[in-house]
Write a protein that binds this ligand. Structure first.
Ligand SMILES: C[S@@+](CC[C@H](N)C(=O)[O-])C[C@H]1O[C@@H](n2cnc3c(N)ncnc32)[C@H](O)[C@@H]1O
Length: 383
């Protein structure tokens, strides 16, 4: 177990124990109820659900650890791809922090923190997590009760400049995922403008079709308006190719084995968590150009009757299909959705969708000895 995973497990166990200590009643039924309010019964969720003590406790004991670890693994992936600087004392701004999830995620990812600011419309959601700050031995989290849709970052940052802003599972609460594009666009540009030099804004949303597509719409808008750079998951395509089919959306997965206490709670609540899934955007100021090298895996492995294996991937020229006859290399088959192939392993067939064929050479530049061939290919698998 590496240090990040050890911190993740320690934090997850502490979160479950803390939530259990708050009330004698079993935690699992409330977790199941809150899970339904985030999924099948979404329409019934009230905007102030964090003010309900039972739901707040369920969030603390279940959604906080899963979300914090998911964000930490995403930050770690970005760091390994060279997209996320690691300052000695990372100053974090957690927007729509809830129980300080972004702060805990940054601690799990970096193993250290500088001064942090947490912002949420519901003060109780933030203060409920204060006892857990002792787990990370960090006392410096300033909490601000603010509606971020109405107030600019300058009003709560008071002159400080964060290295990392985390906006996790918040955009969809600002407005209906299909509406509110102006609010989300303004918030994104405002937060990027508030960054310290080399800073990043990480936006994370649930990996569902409606939330993923809303994030992709925001991504295309930010790219078109040339306000900020989108460093991940994209490789610099001008428009998101997955928005063309109505059933497609971009999301990634992060395998993680939760510690026993959290795994047991998930089982008792009837929630299956095979992998941590997310849709995200990593933003930087416009001056930092996104890399156009390599291909990001956006689909799972597919195998046809002849044994040929395929995976969908996304690059600067849009959607491509990696083709292995008879099979793809094991590491390409086994790589998690959202992993980056840069460079793409030599010898893979790369089929570009016909509309993107004129750019085939550019994708091949990041792809070693690939063989670009335009074809009338299938789109990404419907998920
Ligand atoms: C689903 S929770 C996410 C909490 C945490 N970021 C996480 O990922 O676990 C959404 C949070 O956003 C907050 N929120 C929603 N709309 C907001 C707004 N306009 N301004 C500030 N916070 C908001 C809610 O109070 C809630 O705590």
């Amino acid at each position: 177990m590496n240090e990040l995973h050890a911190r993740a497990a320690r934090f997850a166990v502490a979160a479950v124990e803390h939530a259990r200590s708050l009330h004698r009643s079993p935690l699992a039924p409330d977790v199941a109820r809150l899970h339904r309010l985030f999924t099948s019964d979404r329409a019934e969720r009230r905007p102030d659900y964090q003010r309900d003590p039972a739901l707040r406790r369920a969030y603390l004991g279940f959604f906080l650890p899963f979300n914090a670890v998911k964000i930490a693994l995403l930050l770690d992936r970005a760091r390994r791809e060279g997209l996320l600087p690691a300052p000695p004392e990372p100053a974090v701004l957690d927007i729509g922090a809830g129980p300080l999830t972004g702060v805990f995620a940054a601690w799990i990812a970096y193993g250290r923190l500088g001064p942090c600011v947490a912002v949420d419309a519901a003060a109780a959601a933030m203060s409920a997590a204060e006892p857990l700050l002792s787990v990370i031995a960090h006392g410096g989290v300033a909490q601000r009760a603010v509606n971020v849709a109405l107030r600019p970052a300058s009003s709560y940052l008071e002159g400080t400049r964060p290295h990392l802003v985390i906006v996790a599972n918040v955009l969809n609460e600002l407005r209906d995922p299909r509406r509110g594009a102006d609010t989300r666009g303004q918030l994104s540009a405002d937060l990027v403008a508030a960054l310290a030099p080399g800073g990043r804004v990480l936006m994370v949303e649930p990996a569902t079709r409606v939330h993923g597509r809303a994030l992709m719409v925001l991504r295309d808008r930010l790219v078109a308006e040339r306000q900020v750079s989108v460093l991940a998951p994209c490789r610099g395509a001008t428009t998101c190719p997955l928005l063309r089919g109505r059933g497609d959306w971009c999301h990634g997965e992060h395998p993680w084995d939760p510690p026993g206490a959290l795994a047991e709670l998930a089982r008792a609540a009837g929630i299956e968590k095979a992998a941590l899934k997310e849709s995200h955007l990593l933003l930087a100021p416009r001056s930092e150009a996104p890399s156009a090298v390599g291909l990001r895996l956006v689909g799972g492995p597919m195998r046809d009757n002849s044994g040929t294996e395929r995976r969908y991937a996304c690059g600067v020229d849009g959607l491509a299909t990696l083709v292995g006859t008879p099979g793809l290399p094991r590491d390409v088959v086994d790589a998690a959705r959202g992993a980056l192939l840069a460079p793409v392993p030599a010898g893979l067939g790369i089929e570009l969708r016909p509309s993107r064929a004129p750019g085939a050479r550019a994708a091949a530049r990041g792809a070693g000895r690939s063989r670009p061939r335009a074809r009338a290919g299938a789109g990404p698998r419907r998920r």
